[in-house]
Design a protein around this ligand. Structure first.
Ligand SMILES: [Zn+2]
Ligand SMILES: [Zn+2]
Ligand SMILES: [Zn+2]
Length: 272
């Protein structure tokens, strides 16, 4: 039977972020048990092959939690999702012809810009093109469907992924500009476990940044949508920014999750 394992739960910069004195970062800097790796999902097929969704700056630690790495799928081109590809080249793992599933724009971006281009040219990575809503069979009983979502698209398109095993399906959507009622119900359709963009709890945590420049759904708003939708899926929030009050388990904000949702926990396995 296939399974998924959560390998990281933080926004692209992890927790703590360098040189940040916010409360969450200061607390985490003094307590390594509060460090959080960048959002990443591992998939393990029934045949024991391991796959990563996204190549984070923390790939070095995350990949060791999988059996033999047999491929990587990328959601999009931002730092927390692509920077870990550098571990795969000649300076470190030196993989040979590892399948790398990416969208067409992402392929152009990687193959046209160093240092990514040399990873492809020198055959460390073998790109395979993802098409919207076209299933990819990673291994027996383990299929992934790329679902296009709207997210800052300077360099690439962005995909969410639906992962289907033999008996259960999972949704992974770490970055998206917004969840409308319709898009959220479409994303959650047929899904048993969902990991949703929980970057910011509310606009209040962004003191010196304009939310319009870094749009993400707010957890407080997503909870309202979920209350109306009442999905059957177990809801987890992932990709939390370092400023997010949900990092504090007994915060008033964490209590608003109630029975409906939880913060994703690294190391948790889900049978698919
Ligand atoms: Zn991100
Ligand atoms: Zn911080
Ligand atoms: Zn992003």
């Amino acid at each position: 039977m296939s399974e998924a394992i959560v390998l990281g739960t933080a926004q692209d910069g992890g927790l703590p972020q360098p040189c940040c004195e916010c409360r969450n970062c200061s607390t985490a800097r003094g307590d390594t048990s509060r460090h959080r790796l960048v959002s990443c999902l591992g998939l393990i097929s029934g045949n024991g092959r391991g796959f990563l969704i996204d190549a984070t700056p923390d790939l070095r630690e995350q990949v060791t939690q999988l059996p033999k790495l047999s491929g990587i799928l990328l959601t999009h081109a931002h730092m927390g999702h692509v920077a870990g590809l550098l571990w795969l080249g000649r300076e470190a793992m030196a993989v040979r012809e590892l399948p790398l599933w990416v969208g067409p724009r992402m392929f152009e971006h990687l193959s046209g810009n160093e240092p990514w281009a040399s990873l492809i040219r020198d055959r460390y990575l073998m790109p395979r093109i993802l098409r919207p809503d076209e299933p990819v069979e990673l291994d027996d009983g383990l299929t992934v469907i790329p679902v296009p979502v709207k997210h800052r698209a300077e360099w690439s398109e962005t995909f969410a992924f639906k992962v289907a095993g033999e008996s259960r399906a999972l949704l992974w959507v770490p970055d998206i500009d917004a969840f409308g009622t319709n898009s959220l119900s479409n994303l959650l359709f047929g899904v048993d476990v969902a990991f949703l963009d929980g970057t910011f709890y509310s606009g209040a945590e962004l003191r010196n940044r304009d939310l319009a420049e870094i749009p993400h759904p707010l957890v407080a708003d997503t909870l309202v949508l979920l209350e109306a939708l009442k999905p059957k899926a177990e809801i987890n929030f992932v990709h939390l920014n370092h400023t997010n009050p949900l990092w504090v388990p007994d915060s008033p904000e964490a209590k608003t999750l109630g029975e409906r949702a939880q913060v994703a926990q690294a190391g948790v396995h889900f049978q698919l």
